[in-house]
Write a protein of this length. Structure first.
Lengths: 144, 144, 144, 144
């Protein structure tokens, strides 16, 4: 199976937009977080309900980098593509690209660390999860 | 006058925190935006009400980079220090550092472009605003 | 055609939940607003993009009443049913019921007034919109 | 000591406002929640950090009623006055009034129930907390 990104559509809501009439930029990070939540549930079959609520594991963010290419407006349908850049022992490099039709809107690169939510300590990504995540690994040419 | 950052205190609200008990990371960008709004009003004497509502100018974000150093919890008092890294013809490099007492929590580096909100075109930063912003310019040693 | 509510599914997101592990209650009003936005686009064929962005009409809220029946948790699938209680000259009484499977979670009753967004004045609901809204009018027995 | 409301000032932020240029109404409930959090910390000397984080008690909402009197705009300074309408065995009736200078903007009436956050069961309001809350009890004539 060729790896390919996980894509989910998000609508730019009235509530996401500001008095300047465009998306308020922190909302992109909220949409990215929602998309990641969808990816865990639908792409990895490991919903947050299970991971965070029961297994008490999480992926807090360590680094983020983003570039805003074109503004998004109320009612725009955005496709959020999530792809895995790299998986380390406990870390995960996850990228997002937001497009509206053919038009790129913004991208985000993140570094996350798998963590025991009770102790706060980094924990290794289990093999079964690493294997599932690998299905969404981008090839070098796709990197933003 | 020696340049120094603009500092404003923000409380980590119940509403900012997630089921993992710590701040939901996009909230840092919301707090940074609120702090920037305070800076325009109290530090630059150019409130958003005037700039966006009347003059129809804004500073949409072009790039952002952030590092999360330690998690913040409900009730923490965070000091947000804003400093100017550079001012170009139409662009502004603005940095934020979040600390809780002596403890660094995260930092953000942003690139913004001054824009005519009606046309979307970049516009030069006026001299009087550039002069006011310069009072908050960081020295090289302060850069995160 | 028998009138029936407009129903849309919303997920209780990680970001909607608080350190007490349940949905932070203002999020219900945000979800209701998103559902109303879906209703305008998919149920009434009059998207906000057109109504607010182009026609400069809106439905600001005048009154709201809500009862919270059972808490909602991260990952819950909520069905939001929107029904019209009454349509006046310029006003609209709109009700929402949130359920998770068979379990009622909360309801909201609202009164809205159609408004010219530039002048702020109330404007009559046009006949074509009143007719479309009428398809979602609840019968007396359904009222919360 | 004559009972009087607890008053705290909140700014209508850029981020609170929508493409219609006014506050997005669920933000009022967020501001009310922030004001309640301030009241617990500064008015009752019982911060959420202690109540929720350590004692595992909370005041989830059961009912809410609100009326929106005049729209609020970006940059407005709102005074939020919190007063206690009644304290039952486990319940609390709490009212909020939002004003901008002399102008009323909206009010909220809420019913809350004190709860053990681990079991979800209602618990009696302890006498010491009831006594402190009583200092903010409104007289009949003040009720919205």
């Amino acid at each position: 199976m060729t790896p390919s990104p996980f894509v989910v559509r998000k609508v730019v809501r009235f509530a996401h937009c500001d008095p300047a009439g465009i998306i308020y930029y922190p909302q992109y990070f909220m949409l990215a977080h929602d998309a990641k939540e969808d990816w865990f549930r639908d792409g990895l079959d490991y919903p947050f309900k299970q991971m965070i609520g029961i297994d008490r594991r999480g992926f807090p963010i360590v680094k983020v980098e983003a570039e805003f290419q074109r503004p998004s407006k109320m009612g725009d349908d955005l496709d959020v593509a999530i792809s895995v850049r790299a998986i380390g022992a406990a870390s995960l490099k996850l990228d997002y690209r937001f497009t509206c039709g053919p038009e790129p809107r913004m991208w985000i690169r993140t570094v996350l660390v798998m963590t025991n939510l009770d102790s706060g300590a980094a924990v290794p990504v289990p093999d079964w999860l690493r294997e599932r995540m690998g299905r969404f690994q981008e090839s070098a040419k796709d990197a933003p």
